[in-house]
Design a protein around this ligand. Structure first.
Ligand code: SF4
Ligand code: SF4
Length: 376
């Protein structure tokens, strides 16, 4: 095993309570990032996580999403195809997969996929809207599932308006109450992915999700509204997207997030430096030219298409070619190099890791976070 593979395995194995080891890993990654800036030809694909959209079906109709409507309509990956991916991933020492959709809990073979990943030693987690988690969790937990991340789009009526289905926030609460009653935080890790858009970028909205996370002993990840995902849509009148006039309230929110991180370090998933960069990612969008390490990702769509990342660099289709024949080919390494050099639409995916691994950005935002945290 080479030193980089060892470092990656260590970082995945080490719990969040080992900050020194994680910091050492990030310093090593920054050093490698610096070398890659000088010699980009050195960049290679090294897959650490595969994100698989196992189904395009969904039981919600979120304003910012095309799944369940006109994005890959009706597509769903059969178990055998996903099992082949997991087998190839295990052989290639890829440590993690994320199963999502669409709504992955609607796929009848999800427990079997989790069971296969567990048997092969791959850490699998699920990203869901959580609405039917209470009905599925027993089978999933028995199969080995230990982490679920859940999209959070506001509280009460705001949630129902965003998902375009009345009564769904109440159903989410009912589902999560039942899940937590049966599976405490020592048995199931829950995380809310809070969609930060022009509609939700207020301290009040964030405080709703922070309290929601406290109620369920969960963490919060901030997901900035996208502008280049193929399955994203901007909403009527582009009213999800940030505009220049939003700068002041986004700045106030970022200051609040950094202070919350200082008070409750475990409730927010990302580092203070990453939080301090949120305003720039939201407002400057593709002008944020920070090298992308999507060479560590792979994305698989519900129609079997394989890309380097959520947005770009087609590598093939699982209906024609096994994953093992797409991994670490010249085309795969070239895609990783192009991602690093941002020969792509330059989205904000992996923004936290990108800030952490880019020395000048890390120093700038870490300093900004220190200043914000100590402001009265
Ligand atoms: S964002 Fe998720 S829950 Fe909402 S419609 Fe899209 S796939 Fe469904
Ligand atoms: S910045 Fe480019 S390579 Fe990176 S995830 Fe976005 S589109 Fe893909």
């Amino acid at each position: 095993m080479d030193i980089q593979s060892f470092g990656r395995k260590l970082a995945h194995a080490v719990p969040a309570s080992a900050p020194m080891l994680k910091a050492a890993h990030r310093s090593g990654a920054r050093l490698r990032g610096g070398l890659n800036q000088i010699w980009p030809d050195l960049v290679r694909a090294r897959t650490e996580k595969i994100t698989i959209a196992i189904t395009a079906h969904c039981n919600l109709r979120c304003t910012g999403c095309r799944y369940g409507r006109d994005f890959m309509p009706g597509s769903q990956l059969p178990y055998a195809l996903v099992a082949g991916v997991l087998e190839d991933a295990a052989k290639a020492n890829i440590p993690a997969v994320r199963l999502y959709g669409g709504e992955p809990l609607l796929h009848p073979e999800l427990p079997r996929m989790i069971e296969t990943a567990s048997r092969l030693g791959i850490g699998a987690y699920v990203t869901s809207n959580g609405l039917v988690l209470d009905r599925k969790i027993d089978a999933l937990h028995a199969a080995g599932l230990r982490k679920v991340t859940i999209g959070y789009y506001g509280q009460g009526d705001a949630y129902d308006r965003y998902v375009q289905r009345p009564g769904r926030h109440a159903r989410l609460v009912e589902s999560l109450d039942a899940v937590r009653a049966a599976y405490g935080p020592d048995r199931l890790d829950l995380q809310f992915n809070f969609l930060l858009s022009r509609q939700t970028a207020t301290i009040e909205d964030f405080e709703h999700v922070r309290r929601f996370a406290e109620r369920y002993d969960a963490r919060v990840q901030i997901d900035i509204v996208h502008y280049s995902l193929p399955y994203f849509q901007d909403g009527p009148e582009l009213d999800l997207q940030f505009r220049p006039e939003d700068e002041e309230r986004v700045t106030r929110l970022v200051e609040h997030l950094v202070k919350v991180k200082a008070r409750q370090p475990h409730i927010l998933t990302e580092s203070p430096a990453s939080l301090a960069s949120i305003g720039d990612w939201a407002l400057r969008q593709e002008k944020m030219r920070i090298a992308c390490d999507a060479g560590k990702l792979l994305w698989i769509g519900a129609d079997g298409s394989v890309k380097l990342c959520y947005v770009a660099f087609d590598l093939g289709n699982l209906h024609d070619t096994r994953l093992s024949q797409m991994l670490y080919t010249p085309a795969h390494h070239e895609a990783a190099r192009n991602a690093f050099q941002l020969n792509c639409p330059n989205c904000h995916c992996e923004r936290g890791a990108r800030v952490e691994k880019h020395g000048p950005s890390f120093r700038r935002y870490a300093e900004a976070a220190r200043t914000l945290a100590t402001q009265p």
